[in-house]
Design a protein around this ligand. Sequence first.
Ligand code: NAP
Ligand code: F7E
Length: 339
Amino acid sequence: MSSKGAAKRPKPKQATQARQPRKTAVITGVTGQDGSYLAELLLDKGYEVIGVVRRTSHDSYERIGHLLDRVHIVAADLLDQHSLTTVIRDAKPDEVYNLAAQSFVPTSWNQPVLTGEFTALGVTRLLEAIRLAHPEARFYQASSSEMFGKAVETPQRETTPFYPRSPYGVAKVYGHWITVNYRESYGMYAVSGILFNHESPRRGLEFVTRKVSDAVARMKLGKANELRLGNLDSGRDWGFAADYVDAMWRMLQQPKPKDYVVGTGKMHTVRDLCAAAFGHVGLDWKKHVQVDSRFVRPAEVDTLLADASRARRELGWAPQVSFEQLVQMMVDADLERLA
Ligand code: NAP
Ligand code: F7E
């Protein structure tokens, strides 16, 4: 056969369309609320997902039980440099999402040093692991609107100065700046997502949205009659966690590493939250909610409201679930769980 004839023959598909290699992502905090949604998102996109868990005497796979046959679980701890370096060296991931942290603000006053070790220095340990073992990996740091704290402007955007109001907020400011610093010092693709409060039926029971949805469901089912809360006046920009992990992924797909604020641009108070949740099942919150000083914080963050216009413009990101839909989803899920 002449080479001319061979050239005319249609090439087999495999020869012309090189298969995209499967991407690998490491998620710290995979057993947490965001880790579980992010693992689902990345698996749907065809990633190989490596979930980092810390060693405990009981497993904490409640949120990822349905994913365990698809996620590779590896043991490492944010407190332990060697274990983090080993994970990164063995996995050689395309992307690393650092979601692990001591994330409950009140605990950060009781355990300020441990919060700093996990939530602040833990970020440096992971960045060092990447720098030494696989600097090509793209890195996402879970920064927080708590860094804005006693906010100097409203709404808050990427350029708003930080004024943290808790050891947690202070630790997150450190995590944010060390991420920026590794980007600028070593040219690493390292970004910080400044996410406002995001919730779901998988939210920990101690956070206010879930505390309220759980209590409302119990009251509706006749299992409780009273809910004790702290400051009802504080305002938060609450969104749905599954929407927010999509923003994390988008941040790592950009041509240049940059930091982004992510939130809905709508603020509600804890009082509004109570009205929406109790109202959903036909109860009057004023008859059931008591203010209890035990839940009032030493220093409060009064007003958080996101200006996420950079994320909308550059990431094409927009929240899909409204505050009302979120509250109803959480109450309905707790009703189903408790019934
Ligand atoms: P979460 O539900 O509290 O999950 C935290 C995760 O971190 C858990 O998987 C936990 O593991 C893990 N972890 C804690 N200490 C660790 C350690 N020393 N070594 C390894 N893993 C450790 O938090 P989330 O709501 O999913 O939030 C994810 C991240 O986003 C956190 O960094 C949080 O601070 C940040 N953030 C959250 C929000 C929000 O509104 N949800 C907003 C802004 C930023 P165990 O299961 O073993 O406890
Ligand atoms: O409090 C008030 C409380 O604990 C919200 C974390 O994911 O989001 C979260 O931090 C507000 C505060 O979340 C109760 O004083 C009143 O003003 O649900 P929370 P948070 O502190 O905003 C940020 C963005 C993060 O990064 C954190 O990791 O609600 N509140 N009464 C109460 N809060 C709680 N927990 N319990 C009460 O009884």
